[in-house]
Design a protein around this ligand. Structure first.
Ligand code: XMP
Length: 506
């Protein structure tokens, strides 16, 4: 396959996905992976990703020159181009103003990378430094305001300053295709049907006759993992579903129907709502609420899994972006809120891990799910945070507020589906504020809570914009919530982007 070396760009996962979309296996490794380890994987090509730093900085992320002499084609993107230039003896200088956003690319002298690409096209730039002097043996292929593509065709080294993986680069996918097939001669070896067969065989081999426990949340990852493992080992899989009392309306019932009845999986449902609610009583600090919910989840899950005798494996819905994040040079840096994933479990549990989705991106997990027969609407559900409604009820949480929020949220989601908007937004939900205001219903004065309708569009959940939902639609949702949910007499729409706001309210 193709190896992508990670220098910290927010786009490196996107490069890997683009390569896989072409049907070729790709893997993201930290930039400082030893060359021997890279070569062991027998890559047909190496892509050097972008990154936030400067090659001229003292502690710059560099690679050995030998990487370029291993006889494997290299594509340097953005920082990867500057790095190649720097390591091979060219010169990179600090730009005067940098280039961000769209730029016009003009190809002066074509190369294999640009086969079938128009002489002039739009590309997506995001850089400050620029190449001043190209290394010996290289030629300049294209420019924007700066030198934007260079290559050494004899040695199969190609570099671009822009981001071909971003969809704003009009002919970017053609360029990646040229690199993967025209230059690396990669084989089309990445098919999800093969992945399912291969993984089912591996699970059988690894698990043998042992029992496996899985924390099923009803979310996409744990559900697809469960169905895949169930396909491999049937009743040896025991799922545990913890109802924290902070889930969406009827979630427990739906999980039992969708996975228990439909797929005939063993699911033990634990109603722990009272435990969670009593621990949360009187607590209003968001971080404290998160900690309480996370800890309680671990306790409940731990207790229940101990009741299952002789379980040797713990299955989790870990997916590839989780793996990349955990090995990344950036580290789990930008932890702004402490995340507790349902299924994120205590270290002291002495079970072997089974993570059948470790190699897959989210869109691939969804396709695997559909291939396994999980209905489309379940596989394309929005994400739901581990602490659930506990962080969507601002301030103190109690049973009454949970009920109110569940009803309001259910109306919003139902209307999104009915109006064909659900899959046009990335995440949508209702938040309940502890703020009461005055209203009038019939002839009566009301004094009730405020609901916030929130909907965000995002690719990676790191940055997001608010969804431009039609006014008529918002009006419909607002009317229904106020008329149907006792306890709410005012609805607002959240029009904040992330950053500086976050998607959730706590
Ligand atoms: P924020 O609010 O930080 O959310 O913009 C980004 C994404 O992360 C989800 N989120 C969580 N998911 N456990 C989770 O599993 C958590 O504690 C948690 N907190 C936030 C949030 O729903 C959004 O998709």
């Amino acid at each position: 396959g193709i190896i992508i070396l990670d220098f910290g760009s927010q786009y490196n996962q996107l490069i890997a996905r683009r390569v896989r979309e072409l049907g070729v296996y790709s893997e993201v490794l930290p930039f400082n992976t030893p060359l021997a380890e890279i070569l062991d994987k027998k890559p047909v090509g190496i892509i050097l990703s972008g990154g936030p730093s400067s090659v001229n900085a003292e502690d710059a992320h560099l690679v050995e020159k030998s990487l370029f002499e291993a006889g494997i084609p290299v594509l340097g993107i953005c920082y990867g181009m500057q790095l190649t230039t720097h390591v091979l003896g060219g010169k990179v200088k600090k730009g005067v103003k940098g280039e961000y956003g769209k730029a016009n690319l003009h190809i002066d002298k074509t190369s294999k990378l640009f086969e079938g690409v128009s002489t002039d096209s739009i590309v997506w730039m995001s850089h400050f430094d620029e190449v001043e002097v190209v290394p010996q043996g290289f030629e300049i292929n294209a420019k924007t305001d700066v030198i934007s593509a260079i290559s050494n065709e004899a040695q199969n080294i190609y570099c671009v300053q822009f981001h071909p993986e971003v969809s704003h680069s009009e002919e970017g996918s053609k360029m990646l295709e040229n690199f993967v097939f025209g230059i690396c001669n990669a084989e089309k070896n990445w098919k999800l049907t093969n992945y399912i067969e291969k993984t089912v065989a591996e699970i059988r081999e690894k698990v043998g006759n042992e029992k496996v426990i899985l924390g099923l949340s009803g979310g996409v990852d744990s559900s697809v993992a469960a169905v895949l493992i169930h396909k491999a080992i049937g009743d040896q899989l025991q799922c545990i579903f913890v109802d924290t009392g902070l889930l969406r309306k009827d979630e427990g019932k739906k999980v039992m129907e969708n996975y228990g009845e439909h797929f005939h999986m063993n699911i033990k449902m634990i109603d722990a709502s009272e435990r969670f609610l009593s621990k949360l009583a009187g607590v209003s600090d968001p971080e404290q609420k998160r900690k309480i919910i996370g800890n309680e989840f671990v306790h409940v899950f731990d207790e229940e899994s101990h009741k299952i005798e002789g379980a040797k494996f713990l299955a989790q819905g870990t997916i590839y972006p989780d793996v990349i994040e955990s090995q990344s040079v950036k580290g789990p840096s930008a932890v702004i809120k402490s995340h507790h994933n349902v299924g994120g479990l205590p270290e002291e549990m002495k079970m072997e891990l089974l993570e059948p989705l470790r190699e897959l991106f989210k869109d691939e997990v969804r396709r695997v799910g559909e291939e396994l027969g999980i209905p489309h609407h379940l596989v394309y559900r929005h994400p739901f945070p581990g602490p659930g409604l506990g962080i969507r009820i601002l301030g103190e949480v109690d049973e009454e507020k949970v009920k109110i929020l569940q009803e309001a949220d259910d109306i919003f989601i139902e209307e999104l589906y009915k109006n064909d908007l659900y899959e046009k937004v990335s995440q949508a939900f209702v938040v309940l504020l502890p703020v009461k205001s005055v209203g009038v219903m019939g002839d009566e004065r009301t004094y009730e809570y405020t609901a916030v309708v929130r909907s965000a569009n995002t690719i990676d959940f790191m940055t997001a914009t608010w969804s431009k939902l039609p006014y008529e639609f918002l009006e419909l949702v607002s009317n229904r919530i106020i008329n149907e949910v006792r306890g709410i007499n005012r609805v607002t729409y959240d029009i904040s982007s992330k950053p500086p706001a976050t998607i959730e309210w706590e």
